[in-house]
Design a protein around this ligand. Structure first.
Ligand code: NAP
Length: 508
């Protein structure tokens, strides 16, 4: 079968497909390899300048116009559905069903943001009427609403080639807010990035938006990412990736003459607290669910539940046996990149090398492949080895045997900031669960009872973020409609004539 989408291998900068002398080759798991231009600071500069120019009009578009634009992007993505699935499965190695689901999530979140801005609640409009007779000083008339922050830089994530990349949640929420976007594509899926950029470009033309409202710069060198974060016209950054990379870019954002908000979604081990009554009643079932969640997408989810903590005893043994049996059935699979597979083995071997863990299942996968690894340790060892608290990105699970409830609470106190924490509990566990809740609420953005954290709902009440290192800003989320707040800033208008107020404040 001939390939249905042949990438141009170019950047999309303000409506123009731009090549370059230097190229890098894509590294798909299957299918043909293509060459892509290597973007540098020069391409980022062009894209940022076009985004700034576009902001003067796009930032002032009506919510109805932006909603129509977001829906047009979703339609254009759907119009390329088969070609997107083909190239995304080839580049990422993720199965067709997963990519189809992720495409639905991507178009779903674009449409969700369209409906969200139409309602207008996100503007958080406030009015303090004037009181000229107030003593000792008259009270002014104050009106406040949220305005778009300006051009936004977005880093495509390796592990979600669609939903967290070119037209993913960061891009959708920034465009919804009224911010033009410059995407630095992830080199793990440049062809997928290009076809999605093509869909956005088609929507721009169809709706008649300024072409600078969206650009994609392809690159496999640090220079492009650094240039994006430090460009003076870029007003905020959305990032999903490693703690090391995210922290380096966060530091750059803060070291600018004019620092900007850097919304990085980084690492998380998403601890599972297995409380005793639940473990006794249904330990094997929980183990099967944990094994499935741990290995979904070869463990390449930020919500991967890498650690399970239980009170030591025979029920933990039953749980471990069941988890081992379930994990043994999972075949090794390709990871998103050879580098991520290598990083997985390095991280796993570092933990094994600590000599305070016992291996229950060791994968022998090589090259770009990975299979599940299962280890166990004691609460005491976990507490005294901070290296055990770090994320190992992949299908890696460790069970911690706490000697008593106090030690379990101490482990909860010592976990770093998390995207999620989970309690597996029955009614008889309520007192222990209640004693953990005040600790866990301070640790994570989302608390789950009797479920698993993978499969993040895109909705109004979702929170996907948490204290560092889960994210670089615990006050906000990268999934769900609240994500739009990242790209807004409040402006107050004092005694301003109605004719000078933004349309959304007219009549308030
Ligand atoms: P990454 O190494 O953090 O890279 C993400 C993006 O940031 C890439 O576009 C990368 O570009 C750029 N970047 C990283 N460090 C940079 C720096 N110092 N200066 C400028 N740009 C920089 O993440 P990845 O490539 O997706 O995967 C590597 C590891 O990240 C995984 O093994 C995993 O541990 C972690 N990860 C975590 C999550 C999560 O959801 N928490 C998701 C994906 C990956 P260049 O490659 O061109 O430098």
């Amino acid at each position: 079968m001939p390939q249905s989408f042949k990438p141009r291998g170019k950047h999309l900068i303000a409506g123009e497909w731009v090549g370059g002398e230097k190229t890098f080759a894509s590294d798909p798991v299957t299918g043909p390899t293509y060459d892509f231009a290597v973007g540098s600071a020069a391409e980022v500069d062009k894209a940022a300048k076009a985004a700034e120019e576009a902001f003067w009009t796009y930032g002032a578009t009506s919510r109805a116009d932006r909603a129509a634009f977001l829906r047009a992007i979703a339609d254009e993505i759907e119009a390329r559905a088969e070609a997107i699935t083909e190239i995304a499965t080839q580049e990422s190695g993720l199965p067709e069903a997963r990519i189809n689901g992720e495409r639905g999530r991507t178009t779903g979140q674009l449409r969700l943001f369209a409906s969200h801005i139409e309602k207008g609640d996100y503007l958080d409009r406030r009015h303090d009427p004037a009181n000229p007779d107030r003593q000792p000083a008259p009270k002014p008339d104050l009106k406040l609403m949220q305005l778009p922050i300006g051009p936004v830089g977005v880093f495509g994530a390796s592990n979600f080639p669609l939903a967290f990349s070119t037209a993913g949640g960061d891009t959708a929420s920034a465009l919804a807010a009224g911010c033009p976007v410059v995407v630095k594509g992830h080199q793990a899926h440049p062809g997928t990035g290009e076809i999605v950029a093509e869909a956005i470009e088609a929507a721009i033309r169809k709706i008649g938006q300024h072409p600078g409202v969206f650009s994609l710069v392809q690159s496999n060198i640090r220079e492009a990412g650094e240039a994006l974060v430090t460009h003076p016209l870029i007003r905020a950054i959305g990032f999903t990736g490693s703690t090391g990379g995210g922290r380096a870019l966060f530091n750059l954002a803060q070291a600018r003459p004019e620092p900007i908000p850097f919304y990085g979604e980084l690492g998380s081990i998403n601890p599972q607290f297995l409380l005793p009554a639940a473990l006794a009643a249904r330990g094997e079932k929980i183990a099967e669910g944990w094994a499935a969640s741990l290995t979904m997408g070869v463990g390449q989810f930020c919500t991967n539940p890498g650690v399970a903590i239980a009170l030591d005893g025979s029920d933990v043994e039953t749980f471990l046996d069941a988890a081992q049996i379930a994990l043994q059935k999972i075949a090794e699979q390709p990871m998103l990149t050879a580098g991520i597979a290598q990083a997985y083995r390095t991280g796993r071997d570092k933990v094994i090398g600590l000599n305070c863990v016992r291996s229950r299942l060791a994968s022998k996968a090589e090259g770009r492949h990975a299979g599940p690894d299962l280890l166990e340790t004691t609460g005491e060892e976990w507490l005294s080895n901070p290296a055990l608290h770090e994320e190992v990105f992949g299908p890696f699970g460790i069970v911690v045997r706490a000697k008593n409830e106090d030690e379990m609470r101490e482990i909860a106190r010592r976990v770093e900031g998390q995207l999620t924490c989970t309690l597996h509990m029955d009614d008889a566990d309520t007192a222990l669960a209640a004693s953990l809740m005040p600790i866990l609420q301070r640790k994570a953005g989302r608390l789950i009872a009797n479920g698993f954290p993978t499969g993040v709902e895109v909705s109004d009440a979702m929170m996907h973020g948490g204290p560092y290192p889960a994210s670089t800003n615990a006050s906000t989320t990268s999934v769900g409609t609240l994500a739009i707040r990242r790209f807004l800033r409040p402006v107050a208008y004092q005694d301003m004539p109605a004719s000078l107020l933004p349309g959304d404040l007219q009549g308030l």
